[in-house]
Design a protein around this ligand. Structure first.
Ligand code: ATP
Ligand code: MG
Length: 363
């Protein structure tokens, strides 16, 4: 099977650094997602793997063989672009058969393979239609079938679900993930949608400004983000950030946020060892913010309910603590209303602390 490796890959377009010293291994049969905001270099990285772009520096390896200067057709990799174009004048059947006809496969074999892949993608009923008679999601699946039919060594997908409506998108996520596992084909999937990345990936590589920030399983990047960027990019609603200053009061080690102080004596040594100054950022996910009308143990800050966002099965409570607005998420019934005074606490086991200057995670 197939392993893909990028070794110190950099790509310049004039003065623009599209990809900046990327080293990344995509393991055999792995579903790797490249995730990051617009312009961070995802498509360029994918095109370098496909051979559509030559890196300015660095090497690309497929199964430990250097392929950096090998043309795309010799890499046996299928790429589905964001704007997958079907041939409008050909029936679905002929669209899917096209790559095999190009390679002069015998007719019977083509027929067998088209039917096989159509069954896999549940588009058997559509083979006689023209592309314009298909919905967006159906067209999407035909494009995937056309890419899959020649059993490529690896699959490169560039935001393949971006043209679909929200519901279909969620459905196709699951379908694609199932298909990838069934076929066991090494896959690199590009998206800027963190929810898509979290639900589909074996591992996620998070990019910003051409650089990889962190590579890890969805649980890893969610629970142990290495810096402020990753912490803020993964998770919805995003992690709350509160700027604070580390201060010592006797034996106590405190984070002073102005409106409240949080005792973090238990983290004193690690903060002292790793922080470049006393300026820190407290990070806490909405799920780990506790809210109560009464001041109970562990609740540290006084807050005002700013707004309540009911979402059916869960509720987001926006809380004003001085100038900071933070979000809490709860699955319980909320009997609070705008303007109510409450007490807020943070789950200390789920606390993140970042260095304000370097933006790196300390805890
Ligand atoms: N052919 C090109 N010529 C010049 N600059 C380019 C070219 N292709 C990409 N770039 C620049 O390189 C950077 C990375 O582009 P890339 O398309 O890889 O980003 P992306 O992460 O795929 O973004 P998006 O999510 O918007 O698709 C951007 O600043 C872009 O403007
Ligand atoms: Mg792109």
């Amino acid at each position: 099977m197939v392993k893909i490796h990028l070794e110190h890959v950099t790509k310049l377009f004039g003065k623009v650094v599209a990809v900046d010293d990327v080293t990344l291994t995509i393991n055999e049969k792995e579903f790797m997602v490249l995730l990051g905001p617009s312009g961070c270099g995802k498509t360029t990285t994918l095109r370098i793997i496909a051979g559509l772009e030559e890196p300015t520096e660095g090497e690309v390896y497929i199964d430990d063989e250097p392929v950096t200067y090998l043309p795309p057709k010799d890499r046996d990799i299928a790429m589905v672009f964001q704007n997958y174009a079907l041939y409008p004048h050909m029936k679905v059947y002929d669209n899917i058969a096209f790559p095999l006809r190009l390679r002069k496969y015998p007719k019977e074999e083509i027929d067998k393979m088209v039917k096989e892949v159509a069954e896999m993608l549940r588009i058997e009923e559509l083979l006689d239609r023209m592309p314009k008679q298909l919905s967006g999601g159906e067209q999407q699946r035909v494009a995937l079938a056309r890419a899959l039919i020649r059993r490529p060594k690896a699959f490169l997908l560039d935001e393949p679900l971006s043209n679909l409506d929200a519901k279909l998108r969620v459905m196709m996520r699951a379908e694609l993930k199932r298909l990838q596992k069934e076929l066991g084909v090494t896959t690199v999937y590009v998206t800027h949608d963190q929810a898509e990345a979290m639900t589909m990936a074996d591992r996620i590589a998070i990019m910003k400004d051409g650089k990889i920030q962190q590579v890890g399983s969805p649980a890893d990047v969610f629970n142990k983000p290495v810096n402020l960027f990753v912490a803020g990019f993964i998770g919805s609603p995003p992690m709350n950030f509160i700027e604070c200053t580390a201060t010592e009061k006797g034996d106590q080690f405190l984070l002073d946020a102005g409106e409240f102080q949080l005792d973090v004596t238990c983290f004193k040594d690690i903060i002292k060892k790793n922080a470049t100054s006393s300026e820190l950022v407290l990070g806490i996910r909405p799920d780990n913010v506790m809210v109560d009308r009464e001041r109970k143990e562990g609740l540290v800050a006084k807050a005002t309910v700013y707004v309540i966002e009911p979402l059916g099965s869960e509720t987001i409570i926006d809380l004003a603590i001085g100038d900071n607005i933070i979000k809490a998420r709860t699955l319980e019934v909320v009997d609070l209303k705008m303007g109510d005074e409450v007490w807020v606490g943070f789950d200390m086991e789920r606390l993140h602390i970042f260095d304000k200057k370097t933006e790196k995670a300390i805890i």
